[in-house]
Design a protein around this ligand. Structure first.
Ligand SMILES: Nc1ncnc2c1ncn2[C@@H]1O[C@H](COP(=O)(O)OP(=O)(O)OP(=O)(O)O)[C@@H](O)[C@H]1O
Ligand SMILES: [Mg+2]
Length: 267
């Protein structure tokens, strides 16, 4: 049995999990990249073989937060210089614990410059390479560009990150709406991030749930409420994974619980 470093809660590995998980938001800056890295790391601690895909192709969010300097990235894949599997970088946090990364490229231009069509080969390659992993996490770019929704559509499950800011709520709703029309079979779950407390986190979730129920006739389940936690900023400032620098902090514990429930959450 494997456990989360933050909670020591047993993490059940299922034979048929939602293998590819897209982390979305609509609005930028709500915590998608930090969350994606920490979820990948938590699952790696649990013994899963994990790939983290930086879907923010032009901005290299993941490697900057982890202090990596990969020689190959997804932009070199898109330009045809290397195959997808050749662009994988290994992140190791000591011992045998680590995960693979397909990195974005800093300063090469935003994903918005790509059309949905441009991203199709990448999405297909990702599905193929996914069979080698227990889990693939896609850290999506902000926005609703076709390239973003195309990558999201290659997932088995979508985790939509939202905060209590009205713009975050409206953008998360817009993302869920577009994806529901485009790919209704990909279930959307909600992550409330930067919650001041459980009560306010629940209220944020309820606002989004009610909008989805009224206008889309769907009720995306709540997957987790993650507290506002100053240790996250500290870890990012030091370009170190949260689970390496502050494994017992409240946000890390929330991720441990989420990871242990990931495959049992209803769609
Ligand atoms: N639970 C939290 N508590 C406190 N600060 C947080 C929390 N989650 C994220 N942050 C802060 O929010 C900022 C943005 O985080 P991050 O880069 O992961 O967001 P993002 O959604 O990936 O942004 P972008 O859309 O630009 O890619 C970071 O500076 C981080 O410190
Ligand atoms: Mg990001």
């Amino acid at each position: 049995m494997t456990t989360s470093p933050a909670t020591d809660a047993p993490i059940q590995l299922h034979t048929d999990p939602a293998r590819v998980i897209a982390v979305a938001s609509g609005k930028g800056g709500v915590g998608k990249t930090w969350f994606s890295i920490t979820l990948a790391h938590t699952l790696a601690f649990a013994g899963e073989n994990v790939l983290l895909f930086d879907g923010d192709l032009g901005l290299a969010n993941v490697d900057v937060q982890l202090g990596l300097n990969p020689s190959r990235d997804l932009v070199t894949v898109l330009s045809g210089d290397v195959a997808l599997e050749e662009a994988v970088t290994r992140y190791s946090s000591g011992g045998n614990v680590g995960f693979d990364i397909l990195a974005g490229s800093s300063g090469s231009g935003a994903l918005g410059a790509l059309s949905g069509h441009d991203v199709i080969p990448l999405a297909k390659g990702l599905r193929m390479i996914a069979s080698r992993y227990d889990r693939v996490i896609i850290d999506l770019a902000a926005g609703l560009d076709p390239a973003v929704t195309m990558l999201a559509a290659s997932a088995d499950k979508m985790l939509t990150v939202v905060t209590d800011e009205p713009t975050s709520l409206t953008d998360a709703y817009a993302f869920i709406k577009v994806m529901h029309r485009h790919k209704p079979d990909v279930p959307a779950h909600v992550i409330v991030n930067m919650a001041e407390n459980v009560g306010s986190g629940r209220r944020t979730y309820e606002s989004l749930r009610k909008a989805c129920a009224s206008f889309l006739k769907i009720e995306p389940p709540l997957a987790a409420i993650i507290p506002r936690d100053p240790k996250i900023k500290d870890a990012i400032r030091h370009q170190t994974a949260l689970l390496s620098r502050h494994p017992q902090t409240a946000a890390a514990k929330a991720l441990g619980v989420l990871a242990s429930e990931l495959d049992s959450q209803t769609t």
